[in-house]
Design a protein around this ligand. Structure first.
Ligand code: 48F
Length: 262
């Protein structure tokens, strides 16, 4: 067979077009492909939901690749180990209930499981805004506004595109970018004590691991927070390179939304 570059171009454009067209009305749009977003995406796709994940960077995995300070090993506790092992990620017992996993194996396996389960991935794609519909306390997020990351990074004045979603998962980690935009642009109150973003507190792994899961909930109609974004939204601590809370939070948000979609 003689390789025809035009055919390669046609195949790529056609298949991407098909994927994009098939993602215009989503059950769930997830912003951020860190451990919490990937776990949620995997579980929702496995449950048969139409889910797409939007990640600003070229690579998936967020902060999981680098373990702690780029020593690329992650730590988990028993509950996190169970989730990793369910996905076929080997864990080693360290001692006293602490386990480790290779950060690269964990990241690539999680991303691969999610992709094979049917998650539509849009990497190098930045969510720059949301669509809000309704008035007063009937307001709800109904869509996401996306732009190509190179366009965003170069500061070109190019308008974005919009996709509909029944639910949006804010999984952007420490910066809580989606929530910040939602609060800045709209006269709304979040379901937080102050009605705004409470902000992340300093390192306290023991507390933060459980609050990440407790804070995983609907923060505004149509929007759920997961992972580090959940702690930042509700004013809880960070936890550093222990990842059980991220995985459990991803599972929790997926299970809540899966039920809500029924
Ligand atoms: O930060 P990140 O890994 O979020 P996470 O799932 O996990 C946190 C841990 O990695 C670690 C920790 C404890 O264990 O504290 O930090 O909560 O992944 C967030 C992803 O969101 C992407 C960003 O590039 C990263 O990969 N992201 C952020 N803003 C946007 C975005 C945006 N506006 N559009 C698309 N992607």
């Amino acid at each position: 067979m003689q390789i025809d570059e035009r055919m390669i171009t046609e195949a790529i454009i056609t298949e991407f077009h098909n994927k994009f067209m098939d993602s215009l009305d989503l059950d769930v749009a997830i912003v951020g492909a860190g451990p919490s977003g990937l776990t949620a995406a995997y579980r929702l796709a496995r449950a048969g939901r139409k889910v797409a994940l939007f990640e600003r960077k070229l690579s998936l995995g967020g902060g999981m690749w680098g373990g702690g300070m780029n020593y690329n090993i992650i730590a988990v506790q028993e509950s996190g180990k169970t989730i990793l092992e369910e996905m076929g990620i080997p864990c080693k017992a360290y001692r006293d209930g602490y386990f480790t996993a290779d950060a690269v194996v964990a990241t690539t396996t999680l991303a691969s499981k999610a992709a094979l389960a049917g998650v539509r991935f849009f990497n190098c794609m930045t969510v720059e805004d949301v669509a809000v519909r309704g008035e007063g306390d009937q307001q709800r997020v109904t869509g996401i506004v996306i732009n190509s990351s190179p366009i965003e990074m170069s500061g070109l004045h190019v308008d974005p595109l919009v996709l509909n979603c029944k639910y949006l998962i804010e999984a952007t980690g420490h910066p809580t970018e989606v929530l910040k935009t939602l609060v800045r642009k709209n006269a709304i109150k979040l379901n937080t004590p102050s009605g705004g973003i409470e902000g992340e507190r300093s390192m306290w792994a023991d507390k933060a691991e459980s609050t990440t899961v407790d804070n995983t909930r609907e923060v505004f109609p149509g929007v759920y927070v997961t992972g580090m974004a959940a702690n930042a939204a509700y004013g809880a601590h960070r936890m550093g390179p222990i990842f059980g809370g991220m995985l459990l939070s991803g599972c929790k948000v997926a299970d809540i939304i899966d039920k809500a979609l029924d």
